[in-house]
Design a binder for this molecule. Structure first.
Ligand SMILES: [Zn+2]
Length: 204
């Protein structure tokens, strides 16, 4: 499964395309070379839907006290801090209890061991369950009447299920295109299908 794969191409006006983020790892430059060797290169394997973001050729194994998960995709470009995003189901398998966080908010996140082809790295923090969020441009934010960091809810309806995801963070940047990112647990709970969209609603 690819990360941030867009499952929808056309959408009703106002509807938000849903993309499912499989477990993945953002890496710092330093950690990347530790895991894959000094001569390694962070190469594009697949472009992701958000401009400039890509799935790299490399995968790692992540290991917790109870178990490990192989073939966790490394994403590029390099980040300031290494950050591993998993689902609650993955957390149970690993035997860890990461917090639900926005990307980049790593204080008191969970420790995890990373295994690359060249080295092993024990991170004291960096493991999170990503909080559901919506990427959008400024124009799109204006049309939804929301601003960066707003907390909204999104209703997802299809033939078999209807769920509301609460505490969804709005993230606005000129570099973003309209897309909601949820993890595999949320996608499975909603029986997400292709061409799936969500409806943005205000909290409360
Ligand atoms: Zn995202």
């Amino acid at each position: 499964m690819t990360n941030h794969q867009t499952l929808v191409s056309n959408s009703v006006a106002g509807a938000i395309p849903i993309a499912v983020s499989a477990r993945h790892c953002h890496v710092s430059e330093e950690d990347f070379f530790h895991l894959f060797g000094a001569n390694a290169q962070l190469k594009v394997w697949k472009e992701l839907s958000q401009p400039g973001q890509f799935a790299a050729e490399q995968v790692i194994t992540i290991k917790g006290p109870r178990g490990q998960i192989d073939k966790v995709r490394v994403l590029g470009p390099f980040r300031q801090d290494t950050q591993i995003e998993i689902s609650q189901t993955d957390a149970i398998k690993l035997g860890v209890s990461p917090p639900i966080r926005m990307s980049g908010d790593l204080e008191n996140s969970s420790p995890i061991t990373l295994i690359g082809t060249h080295g092993i790295l024990h991170k004291e923090n960096g493991l999170i369950i990503a909080q559901a969020h919506i990427h959008m441009s400024e124009t799109e934010a204006a049309s939804f009447n929301v601003a960066d960091q707003d907390i909204v809810k999104v209703e997802i309806t299809n033939e078999v299920r209807q769920i509301q995801i609460m505490n969804v963070v709005v993230r606005v940047s000129p570099n973003y295109r309209l897309e909601m990112h949820i993890d595999t647990d949320e996608a499975n709970a909603a029986s997400i299908t292709t061409n799936q969209t969500g409806k943005l609603m205000k909290m409360g």
